[in-house]
Structures are given as structure tokens and as C-alpha cells.
Ligand binder design. Structure first.
Ligand code: ADP
Ligand code: ZN
Ligand code: ZN
Length: 751
């Protein structure tokens, strides 16, 4: 037997592209069991290297005498299951990248090189029958410790030495003496690190399903049993989507299969995890980027072995090594975090769809504000649309009031809070309830600018305004892109004027105003600055959930998926902040954000109220969000995309160039632009589908010290466009001295 092996898949230089990787054939020595997807060690030139078996055969086109044998297998199971190997191929083909790059996504970082680290602990167990324990104890004479040890492990189970230590001081010597006497066995056992500890959640009783939950389940469950179906669940906030997920997952488990639930961000995970652990206990595994590599690896192995059959995780959990996959749920499917921003780029929703297709599983995308792209697909019939238009228990949708901030200014109110919001906050606090305030920007004052010459202090590495932070106590300016910090200037670095001014209000400023208004009320602030550290989110959310803190101030991250029944008031401090960003999706983002944040109010028994402050109360996107009318928004936006020729009617793409040298960046971009022009000149059918090709510098001209240029494209959706896209991808892969070139297809941002 022979094995075809890709060598060293984790190193950057593996030859071959697409599904056609460079492989090497090895002999499988007698007695060695190897299967496809297994990691092996094999001689490679003068070295021993690690490889991945991607094929087995009875014959070889190379003379057997010339072949070397595999040395050993690295695990006794395939690290990459056959369907995931297929998936890697499909992804490599779609992204026009080497198979090794997509294979790498399927293996936890810990499995790279020899760093696999299995944590072990010492365990003891009786070596004699349980009914002989009493006799053995009496035989221990004077040794209290030995008697205690025997007594503690008399049940015949495996006990960790660490557990004995809680009751017996330094038991090791006693255990060793007992082992020498043949009474106990001392050995090592693998310990699995469990994120969030082993604490079992209280089991939760099932609620009676609402009619609309019942209806949705009646439609999905039969498809689930057949291992097919693609659904888009549009359920308003508070309609009970999570309960639907739980019931579906249970069906899947009953059938002996596995389920994956993708969530957009770590902030959502603790809550989702505790719900799922409450219902499913230890069969639930968590995968997200904040886990330590050890924890991640252990969860991965629990899934790989089938000990965990429910996987909850962020984007990359879509590669979880589940066997017999029955269901993939993508919650809050509209979130951009499902698009990876690193190479190889992928869309977790698309990858999920591919896995479902390959593995015979059901796909369910869910959101209160589906992405325009997904909803358009549902309208076209690619997904079955499921709707849950009502909240659980007949709870009303929150009442939304728009406040015109221009009038507030006219009336002389320069505070970040309108008169109405202040009054409502006061009432809310008096009633002992909780409030959430959303500010779509972080830091104390967004940026520092000179009133005399208009200069904005920018990061020297990144060409973006630096922001001023009060917290952390350093009172310095920070760059959110590269972490650069600088002292706040006392005089303008350009014109030496003393009129340096702090512009805009961030979450910190709001928190301060709150302390001034309500000195006795405890507040929590949640933004990228306060949620660092491994359990940062969980701790802050806990402060709020427990009721110790009464007002939660935060950036968009508080808008999503969190369920706090005691929140009765939600304030959006400035709704238009995101409306006018130079991005064709800014309206979609604004609508999503406002609807999601409004949905945080009144999730308990007390009805909720929402105040949206805006400088543009007549704007149709703001109006649609205030009435939480998704259909109205979809129609407006779909029309806007059609007339403006934006996705899904077109494809936005770009070749992005980054280089530490300004000249190299520019030269490379110009050369790429020329190459593209020749491509189009040679292919009339590509040119006809190209609506726009533009050589330009993006909004952020310098990032992390690198000058940026791009060649932007707007392309018609058409099979021939795909050929052009493939050609552009190839172009981006050609190495350029001193510059990085990336091809981005419908990127999350064109900045
Ligand atoms: P969504 O994710 O759709 O915004 P959730 O799943 O968070 O909504 O559900 C909203 C609230 O309703 C939660 O507190 C949940 O526990 C509760 N809930 C869901 N289904 C039921 C049900 N059938 N009976 C009673 N309460 C329910
Ligand atoms: Zn100045
Ligand atoms: Zn910077």
C-alpha cells in the first residue's frame, strides 16, 4: 500500500495551487495503519518532516524500490476527516489558493509542529477487589495516611491525586507505598481543560413552545431527518429563536448526530453557552478565539472523539471536526464577523452551506435583521424563509421615540443627552430598573483637532485620527489600528495655536455624564477598551446581570443578542453616526444596529422603551428602524442597490497593495492596473461585465506604517465575471518585491 502525502502543510511554502497540490508517495510499512486525513512523519530529503495523508492506493507510478517508508503516524486518528478534506479542496479552489492553506484552517494551532501538548495528571485506583479493602486498611497498622487513602478510593473509581490532596496532606508517598504493596495502581490520565471550568449549569426545564416556534419546528424537523434543507429564520428580537435552536439540536442529538451553532462574537458566547450547557451539559463544546491554545485543543479533541456533539463557537468553529453533522445554525447571520479578514479569506456562512451539502446536514441562518444578501436569496428561493414576527408571551415590541437633536441644540442643550432621554433615565432609575445606552464610538473624545488651523492629530503609522482616552489614566492619544500612543499636544503641532479641542463624545464621556446626573448609580462600560483579557466580557456582563450595575454603556457590541430581562430603557445617543460612512452598506449596518439595540428593551415582563437621538429624524433608514419594519427597509435598500448597482446586483472587489515604501506601493498599483487593462483588452467578454475599474488610494492611505493603494472593481454578476475574478486572484498571487498584494472579493470594507 502507498500513501500520497502533502508535506509540511503548516509551513508557508508548499508548492502547487488549488486542488492540485504537490504530493509525495510513500510506502506504508507492514503493520502500520494509516487512513486519509491522518498526520504522519516521513523522511524528506535529509530531514524528517510532518505530512498529511491525502490519498491511499494499491499501486504507485514510482518504482517501489525508490520509495521510502512512512516513519510513524502522529495520532491514531485522522486529524482531518474526509468531508473536511473535501471542504478544504473546495475552499482552495474557490479562493485560488494552495490546499495547504485551507487545510491549515482545519487543524488547531496546537497541532502544528511538535507542540501538541496533552496535559496529564496523576491518578490512583484500587488494584484489589473492593471487598478486600477493609482487610487492606486494617493491615496498614500505624499509617494513618495509607488508611485514609485506601478509604477514599475504596469505590474502585479512578481518583486524581489532586483530589486526595484536599483531604490527605502530601499523599504521594503513602500512595507509592501502597503501590509497592500491590494494593493500588498509580498512573497518568489525560486532563481536558474545560473553558469556564466544569461548573455544571442548573438543568433548565423546557418551556411550552409558542405557536410560531411550533410552526417553525414543524417545517424544519422533517428536513432535518432527511439531512437537507436551507432555511433563513427571520425572527424579531425576543421571538424565542434560541429555544428553536435548542429543540432542533435536541432532535439532532436524538438521531445520534452532531450540531454546530455559530455565533458572531465572543461577547455572545457566555450567554449562549450557559443556555446550552443548562440543556445539554457536557456534550456542548465551546470554540472561540479567546480560549487559550490548550483549552482550544482540548475542546477540539472532545469534539473529534465525539464526546462533545454540540459545538458553539465563533467563525472558525465552522471547521469543527464533527462527525455525522446533522445541523449548522448561524445565529445573527447578518454580522460581518462571519467574513474572515485574514488570508485565506472565507465566509463562514458559505462554508457552512458547503459542509451541509457535503455532509447531508440542514442549514439554518437566523437573524432579526437578515443581511440584504441572504434575504434576497430567500426571496429567490435559495433559502426557505421562516418567520417569527411576534415576541414570546405576547410581549409588545418596544416603543421607539425619535428625538431631533437639532432642536435640542437650538434650545441650548449641549449635553449628549436630550431632555427626554434624561427624564426617562431618571424615571427608570427611580423605578429600580436597568438601562442600556449605545454609543457607536469608543474613547472619551474621539479625536483631537486644532480650532485655529483645523489640523487633526493623526497616527504617524496609520493616517487615521488618534483618539483620546481618559481611562487607563494615561490621558494620551491612542491609535486603534496599530496601538501607537502619543502625548496629547498642548499646542497645535502645525500652527502652534493653543486652541486644541476635543471633538465628539465617546462611551467614556457618556459614563462621566451619567455619574454627574446619577452619582449613586453604578454603571458598566463595555467597549473594546474595557473588555480585554480572557474573561473580560463575562465579568462586565455579570456586573450588569446581577443588578449591581444599573446602566450599561457601550459600543455596538452591547446591541447584539444579549438578554437582560430587567432592561426597560434603551437609549441610542447618536443614531446617524454610522449612516454616512463611505460604504454602500452603511445603511444596512445602521438599520441592523438600531433594530438590534432596540430589541434589547423590554425582554422581561415590563414593556420596554427606546429613545433614538438623531440629527436626521426624517431619514428613511432611521424611520424604518424606529418602526422596526424590516420589510420596508429591505424594499428601500434593495431598490437602492439596484439603482446604484451594488451587491447583490454587482460584485465589489479590489486588488489591494500595501508596502512600507510609498514609491513601491504606487508603482505596484500602477503596474497591476496596467495588467488589468491588458486583461480586459484581451477579453471583451470580461470587459463587458466590468462596470468600473479605478486606480486609487483607499480611505485609509497608510496603515501600520504601510502605504496603501487599490485597484477597485465593480463587476456584473455573471459566469464570465467569475473567470475574470479567477484571473485577478492569480494576479494577486504573483510575488512582488517589497509589497503585499491582496485580492478582496466583496470585502467587509473598502477603506
Ligand atoms: P431571540 O433570540 O429571538 O431574540 P430569545 O431566544 O432570546 O429571543 O427569547 C426571548 C425570551 O423569551 C428569552 O428570555 C427566552 O427564555 C424566552 N422564551 C423563549 N421561548 C419561550 C417559550 N416558549 N415560553 C416562554 N419563554 C420563552
Ligand atoms: Zn493648528
Ligand atoms: Zn496607528
Amino acid at each position: 500500500m502507498y500513501a500520497r502525502v502533502i508535506m509540511d502543510i503548516l509551513s508557508e511554502q508548499v508548492a502547487g495551487t488549488g486542488s492540485n497540490p504537490r504530493t509525495f508517495t510513500y510506502l506504508i510499512p507492514d503493520g502500520m495503519e494509516v487512513c486519509v486525513g491522518q498526520r504522519v512523519e516521513a523522511p524528506f530529503g535529509p530531514m524528517i518532516k510532518e505530512g498529511l495523508v491525502i490519498g491511499l492506493s494499491e499501486e504507485s507510478d514510482v518504482a517501489a524500490a525508490k520509495l521510502k517508508p512512512l516513519r510513524r503516524t502522529l495520532e491514531d486518528y485522522p486529524a482531518i476527516l474526509p468531508p473536511l478534506l473535501t471542504l478544504s479542496r473546495r475552499m482552495a479552489e474557490a479562493a485560488h489558493c494552495p490546499l495547504s492553506e485551507t487545510l491549515r484552517l482545519m487543524i488547531p494551532a496546537e497541532m502544528r509542529g511538535e507542540r501538541v501538548h496533552v496535559r496529564e495528571q496523576a491518578v490512583v485506583q484500587l488494584a484489589i477487589p473492593e471487598n478486600e479493602v477493609d482487610a487492606a486498611i486494617s493491615a496498614q497498622g500505624r499509617s494513618m495516611k495509607r488508611r485514609m487513602v485506601l478509604n477514599l478510593i475504596r469505590d474502585g473509581e479512578v481518583h486524581a491525586l489532586a483530589e486526595l490532596k484536599l483531604l490527605v496532606r502530601e499523599p504521594l508517598e503513602a500512595v507509592k507505598q501502597l503501590e509497592a504493596a500491590g494494593l493500588v495502581r498509580l498512573s497518568k490520565a489525560e486532563v481536558l481543560r474545560r473553558p469556564g471550568g466544569d461548573a455544571q449549569e442548573e438543568p433548565v426545564a423546557d418551556p411550552v413552545l409558542t405557536p410560531q416556534q411550533r410552526e417553525v419546528l414543524d417545517l424544519v424537523v422533517p428536513e432535518l431527518k432527511l439531512g437537507r434543507g436551507r432555511f433563513l429564520l427571520h425572527g424579531v428580537t425576543g421571538s424565542g429563536k434560541t429555544e428553536v435552536f435548542i429543540r432542533l439540536v435536541r432532535e439532532v442529538l436524538k438521531a445520534g448526530k452532531a450540531a454546530m451553532i455559530l455565533v458572531p462574537e465572543i461577547a455572545l458566547t457566555p450567554q449562549m453557552v450557559s443556555w446550552f450547557r443548562g440543556r445539554f451539559g457536557a456534550v456542548a463544546a465551546v470554540l472561540h478565539s479567546r480560549l487559550s491554545p490548550g483549552e482550544r485543543f482540548d475542546e477540539w479533541r472532545r469534539i473529534r472523539r465525539g464526546d462533545a456533539r454540540v459545538v458553539i463557537g465563533a467563525r472558525s468553529a465552522v471547521f469543527a471536526p464533527c462527525e455525522q453533522l446533522g445541523l449548522v445554525i448561524v445565529d445573527e447571520e447578518h454580522e460581518t464577523t462571519y467574513l474572515s479578514d485574514r488570508h485565506p479569506r472565507y465566509d463562514a456562512r458559505e462554508v457552512a452551506a458547503w459542509r451541509c451539502e457535503e455532509e447531508g446536514a440542514t442549514l439554518l441562518l437566523a437573524s432579526a435583521t437578515p443581511s440584504i444578501l441572504s434575504f434576497a436569496k430567500a426571496q429567490r428561493g435559495d433559502y426557505t424563509l421562516l418567520e417569527m414576527p411576534e415576541r414570546v408571551g405576547g410581549r409588545p415590541m418596544p416603543q421607539v421615540t425619535l428625538v431631533d437633536m437639532r432642536r435640542e441644540l437650538d434650545a441650548g442643550n449641549r449635553s449628549v443627552f436630550s431632555g427626554l432621554l434624561t427624564a426617562k433615565l431618571r424615571e427608570c432609575m427611580r423605578r429600580g430598573e436597568q438601562a442600556m445606552l449605545l454609543m457607536n464610538r469608543r474613547g472619551y473624545n474621539s479625536f483631537v483637532s486644532c480650532r485655529s488651523c483645523g489640523l487633526t492629530v493623526k497616527c504617524p503609522n496609520c493616517d487615521v485620527a488618534m483618539t483620546y482616552h481618559l481611562s487607563g489614566g494615561d490621558g494620551r492619544l491612542h491609535c486603534h489600528y496599530c496601538g501607537h500612543a502619543a502625548d496629547t499636544p498642548q499646542v497645535c503641532p502645525s500652527c502652534a495655536s493653543r486652541y486644541i479641542r476635543y471633538f465628539g463624545a465617546g462611551t467614556q464621556k457618556i459614563e462621566e455624564e451619567l455619574h454627574r446626573l446619577f452619582p449613586d448609580v453604578r454603571t458598566v462600560r463595555m467597549d473594546v477598551d474595557t473588555t480585554g483579557g480572557k474573561d473580560g466580557h463575562a465579568k462586565l456582563l455579570d456586573e450588569f446581570r446581577s443588578g449591581r450595575a444599573r446602566i450599561l454603556v457601550g459600543t455596538q457590541m452591547i446591541a447584539k443578542g444579549l438578554d437582560f430581562p430587567k432592561v426597560t430603557l434603551v437609549g441610542v445617543v447618536a443614531a446617524d453616526m454610522t449612516l454616512n460612512l463611505p460604504d454602500y452598506r452603511s445603511r444596512e449596518r445602521t438599520f441592523q444596529l438600531l433594530t438590534q439595540v432596540a430589541g434589547r428593551a423590554g425582554r422581561g415582563v415590563i414593556p420596554g422603551e427606546v429613545i433614538i437621538q438623531t440629527y436626521k429624524p426624517e431619514d428613511e433608514t432611521i424611520v424604518a428602524s424606529a418602526s422596526q419594519d424590516y420589510r420596508a427597509f429591505f424594499e428601500q435598500e434593495f431598490q437602492r442597490r439596484r439603482t446604484g448597482l451594488y451587491p447583490p446586483f454587482t460584485i465589489m472587489a479590489r486588488l489591494l497593495v500595501e508596502s512600507p515604501s510609498e514609491a513601491t506601493a504606487q508603482r505596484t498599483a500602477f503596474q497591476l492596473h496596467d495588467r488589468c487593462q491588458s486583461l480586459l483588452a484581451a477579453h471583451g467578454e470580461w470587459k463587458r461585465r466590468t462596470l468600473l475599474m479605478l486606480l486609487d488610494q483607499p480611505g485609509v492611505k497608510v496603515l501600520r506604517g504601510k502605504t496603501r493603494w487599490h485597484v477597485m472593481f465593480k463587476l456584473l454578476v455573471h459566469p464570465q465575471t467569475e473567470e475574470f475574478v479567477a484571473a485577478l486572484t492569480e494576479l494577486a498571487r504573483e510575488p512582488v518585491d517589497g509589497a503585499d498584494v491582496y485580492f478582496e472579493y466583496n470585502p467587509t470594507t473598502m477603506m
